[in-house]
Design a protein around this ligand. Structure first.
Ligand code: GH3
Ligand code: MG
Ligand code: MG
Length: 487
């Protein structure tokens, strides 16, 4: 019979962490001895943080089955649906390590008794290797000995399975583990707690599931980290020096850039009012101390899923499909924000309205597909030839807008001329044919006489119209001054 290795909770320093039930608690000399107990196990077996892509899993998961007997390997193979898994087999420990490094499988099963190198040694080598840091190892043995199980966990195995396992058990475990990895693999999680012990333990739990974790010891440090990097989920404690959890939640909520980032608030069991205050302040949920590691992970997984879905929706709502640029709606949002900042701090900003010349004729002559290619290439050229601090938008069919932060009319006119020249110089290619287009532009700068964002757009548009009237392929400033041609 297979051992039940689902998680149980273990109470350590004020909160619970999850442990495999198969862990021989009472008989474990390490637990009684202190230092090398279960936390030590987490520390030894958890992979190092990594910075892989977020969540998207390939169509088929790779699994390696390592056992000396081809018959037993065939039996294990039956656990995995060939439509969902790509199975590789190894006949000894050395081959298992080689395949683990070459394929970075999602899961590997290792039998303890194997030629050349036994399963335990192979397991230790695989979990230590960078290439297989996200590989889950299942150790398979005919031994019932708790000491063997302990050694398997110490070597980095996530599960210990008896050779007499029930049919379907390994397959079900693989499905479970891969679903968990799917949602936390590469998820960016920020853990905020003033207790180093709690931070480290929570981080290690998360890292074991493939999350990328950052740690902060109070709210202020958390905000600093959030300003520098995007997170999918934040987990925060309440009592902390400098800035407590509640103040952190309030700060996150009031900042529009952090909209959609779920915050999981950790409260003491008996403080219902605090939990309510945290939710009122904008936390997505709370979890009571002491908590089980398994529950914490389950909640973070669901928040990571939510966070990805929200980000995807935000992306869809703000980007133009053809060019990948920000869309018209985002242009108005950012223009409004730019306007408010300029009004408040009296900083300059300018905008450039751009329109592709004679584009209707271009479509008629070369076809819509060629037109689409030109639009997406034009978008790329506009981005490449403007500053990183400038925002480029597609605001209409063949109409673009560039917002130049902290830039006056002279600076923006130089930028517009650079963009015009870049388009004039560029040779597009469609189905082997070289094609050319030009653009016209109009530039306007914010000033105290401009009452609202619409007005600055109207000025840039009027200047653009003037460029068209004067013959196209040129830049006009809203003050009527001429713009030197750079080519
Ligand atoms: P002007 O120099 O005065 O701007 O002339 P124009 O022909 O570019 O201007 P007009 O506004 O009359 O026509 C714009 C054309 O842009 C109409 C349409 O065929 C084309 N267009 C708009 N959106 C798309 C698009 O998504 N793909 C393609 N291929 N063409 C588009
Ligand atoms: Mg046009
Ligand atoms: Mg137009």
């Amino acid at each position: 019979m297979a051992r039940d290795l689902t998680m149980i909770a273990l109470y350590v320093e004020g909160f619970l962490i999850a442990q495999p039930v198969g862990w021989p608690l009472a008989a474990d000399p390490l637990l009684r001895g202190g230092g090398g107990g279960p936390i030590g196990m987490l520390a030894r077996t958890s992979p190092t943080p990594h910075t892989t892509r977020v969540s998207a899993m390939p169509d088929k998961q790779t699994v390696v089955i390592a056992d000396a007997s081809p018959t037993f390997r065939a039996l294990l193979r039956q656990e995995f649906d060939p439509a969902r898994y790509e199975i590789h087999e190894a006949g000894d420990g050395e081959e298992a390590i080689r395949l683990a490094k070459a394929l970075s499988p999602s899961l590997i099963t290792l039998s303890v008794a194997m030629p050349k190198l036994d399963g335990l040694a192979a397991c230790a080598a695989i979990t230590a290797a960078k290439e297989s840091e996200t590989t889950t190892v299942v150790m398979i043995t005919s031994s019932e000995s708790p000491q063997d199980q302990l050694r398997a966990f110490e070597a980095g195995a996530m599960r210990f399975l008896d050779k007499q396992f029930e049919r379907g058990e390994l397959g079900a475990y693989a499905t479970d583990i891969l679903r968990m990895k799917e949602t936390l693999h590469g998820a960016q999680v920020l853990v905020v707690d003033d207790s180093r012990f709690v931070r480290t333990t929570v981080s290690q739990l998360l890292q074991m599931e493939g999350a990328v974790v950052a740690e902060a010891c109070h709210g202020k440090e958390a905000l600093e980290l959030m300003a520098a990097k995007n997170f999918d989920v934040v987990v925060t404690d309440y009592h902390m020096p400098e800035m407590d959890g509640l103040a952190l939640v309030r700060n996150i909520t009031k900042c529009s850039e952090y909209e959609g980032i779920p915050v999981l608030f950790v409260t003491a069991a008996n403080d219902k009012r605090l939990a309510m205050r945290a939710l009122d302040a904008g936390a997505s949920d709370f979890i009571r101390k002491p908590f089980e590691g398994a529950e914490l992970l389950a909640r973070i997984r669901s928040f990571a899923r939510l966070s990805h879905a929200t980000k995807r929706l935000q992306e869809l709502a703000t980007t133009d499909e053809l060019t990948g640029l920000f869309n018209r709606r985002e242009a108005f949002y950012r223009l409004g924000r730019c306007f408010a900042t300029a009004e408040r701090y009296a900083t300059p900003f300018s905008c450039i309205a751009i329109d592709v010349d004679h584009f209707k004729r271009f479509n008629d002559d070369h076809g819509h597909a060629a037109g689409d290619l030109v639009l997406s290439e034009t978008a790329r050229l506009l981005k490449e030839n403007s500053r990183v601090s400038d925002d480029v938008f597609r605001v209409g069919g063949e109409e673009f807008l560039v917002l130049c932060a902290e830039t006056n009319l002279d600076g923006a006119s130089t930028c517009a001329e650079k963009l015009r020249a870049a388009l004039e110089d560029y040779r597009f290619e469609f189905q082997g044919r070289p094609l050319k287009v030009t653009i016209s532009a109009g530039v306007a700068e914010y000033g105290s006489d401009i009452p609202d964002a619409d007005r600055i757009l109207a000025l840039a548009d009027a200047a653009l119209y003037e460029s068209k009237r004067l013959g196209r392929n040129r830049v006009t400033r809203s003050d009527g001054a001429s713009v030197a041609v750079t080519v």
